[in-house]
Write a protein that binds this ligand. Sequence first.
Ligand code: SF4
Length: 360
Amino acid sequence: MDHSAEIKKAVESDLLPWFAENRRSMPWRSNRTPYRVWISELMLQQTRVDQVIPYFNRFMKRFPSLKKLAEASQEDVLKMWEGLGYYSRARNLHKAARIIVSDFNGRFPDTADKIQKLPGIGSYTTAAIGSLAFNLDLAVLDGNVIRVLSRLLAYTKDPRSAAAKKELQQWANDLLVIGRAGDFNESMMELGATVCLPKNPDCGQCPLARVCTANASGRPTDYPVKAPKKKVPHIVVGAAVITNSRGEILIAQRRTEDMLGGLWEFPGGKQENGETIRQCIEREIHEELGVKIETGDFLLTVNHAYSHFTMEMHTFFAKIKSGRPKPLECQDFRWLKVKNLRDVPYSRADLKIIDALETR
Ligand code: SF4
């Protein structure tokens, strides 16, 4: 028997029974509906299970059905997503819920073609929803599956390349146990998340150890092979907590098409060459809201890492010297008391400013 056939056999005879015994309990694994599978799969992209569980439970309480989600405002949906990151996921799922209600009579579409046409759904999510909710024979390829496959096969290409992804997807399709795609996908992901860990794979406890090439080589962590990471850019940002005589604070809403679109923030922006941080804040506020301000006391510096850059945000109090705010380079603005600031959604970095304001 060739090696691929041996692995395929071991998946069915050893991995699936292992999964049946070791499957972790998660809220979306009980009462499994297409809606719950969809929301959990979107939340789990780029985010750990333990972080997702409270978000998932709150989301389901607030929007118990697809219809309720479709009826909600985008701001409500973003509020439930606040802090989870990658906010286009929330905007897209809201759009998709409205499409499902208007075009599919509120029933989640049950073919790969139709699922993949919904906003924010790529090949991974289509395979996850298709296999878990509709038992379609589709294999998922996420970070965990890529690691497990790369090790089983001692795969020597960098899996981030498009060609390698195509090959790995083909291997996953070949290994798939027909008729049990949901179990197959979950068992591969579970193995990657709990046994075949990035730094410390527990090969002694692995149901696939017998057929694993990386294990036989004695150097499982040599796989997946990775080219050195590129250094991510670092940006310096200035932000203002603008107060008025009524004790309110001005917040601005980011434009939908921008990064973190639809979220609210303390206005400001990126420092330009040759500018002090106070000059940066004054220029940015003028461009964004059409008012001249004077910066006052320093409040705090927030450091935050996004996927493709890191940021330090220096925050100062400020007052308007002249002009009335207009939403020139933002979607909207509001004046709110500190106690009402949390009524609308923000990114994690701006939430740290609110924490600082509340503890003053
Ligand atoms: S034997 Fe080790 S390296 Fe191979 S799949 Fe199992 S845990 Fe991963």
